[in-house]
Design a protein around this ligand. Sequence first.
Ligand SMILES: *Cc1c(COP(=O)(O)O)cnc(C)c1O
Length: 370
Amino acid sequence: MRAMSRPTIDHRGPEFQEMTYQLLEEMQLIFRTEHPVLIYPSSATGAWEAAITNALSPGDSVLVFNQGFFTEKWAQVAERFGLHVQFKPWESRRGLTADAVMEVLHSDVARSVKAILVVHNETSTGVTSDVEAIGNELRESGHPALLLVDAVSSLGTTDFQHDEWGVDVTVSGSQKGLMLPPGLSFVALSPRALAASESARLPHSYWSWRDHLEFNKRGFFPYTPATNLFFGLNEALSMLREEGLPTVLERHARLAGATRAAVSAWGLEGYALEPSESSNALTAVMMPNGLDADEVRRIVLEQSNMSLGTGLGKLRGRIFRIGHLGDLNTLSLIGTIAGVEMGLASARVPVSLEGVSAAMAFLMNESEAE
Ligand SMILES: *Cc1c(COP(=O)(O)O)cnc(C)c1O
């Protein structure tokens, strides 16, 4: 916040130009890519639209599995642009598997599927999918579909490798693992995605990759960028660099493990069925039947001035979500869990009040193991 509270500079001047070069280079390290990363002054939803309109043409088929709320929303963007969306059911408590994707693609002998849309970390369910396996199997199969991945809540919280995993377009945003206020979005592109954009015919103007690439080469943007958020991004990236990305990811895994320990000690169920697929960014907690998760959220907000995530879409009232991403350490997490535990007790949810000590025990064992 302090980094951002300084006078806005000329976005056509030399100081800005130098900052652009540095930011774009450092964003490549975060996405683990050697190819271009673009920055938009928009929410991540805008970057979804950028991915679709730059890479695809009217009537193209795209494959989407219903991993949860954000997948539905992204599919809706594709649909609104007149794409033919093959929307497949999926058990949203499990991560999407490469097998499921490949089963559809193997039967697609006409190669009509032009792109697959996958959400790496479904923030609405707290379930992470194995994008590495999906990317590898897609490449091995020789099917030409582009792999479009939403890494909005996984970037900076969960291992993600744009190049190594064969992802064509990765979409992300500023307000999750990058610890910034909302307002910036990102796309990382592959050479295949860039080639596809040369012949793609969906209309786009504000989102044009070509315009951005053209201006970025010279350290500038095709229109006024969100300059002060860039100051913040600069600082966020230097915080990540100081801690070291691998350490940042380990910290998220440890805090997520401690949260899961608390959830089981309460006697509640996490939404993710497999602990190995449970998100590093947040934990979704199921309410016992008949009890309202939003009532717990209301009490926690009133009692501890702490906001828990609501259940989105079909999960409203059935789950609440504990966020543990970004600039968070063990003490803040223990405080968070204490706040949830008090709220559960006040809401008369039948739980055993042992979550805080279970989380502490988890963290102490983890540090001994190191
Ligand atoms: C937050 C989020 C989005 C939406 O981002 P906006 O900035 O609100 O547009 C999309 N996908 C996932 C997985 C998210 O967590």
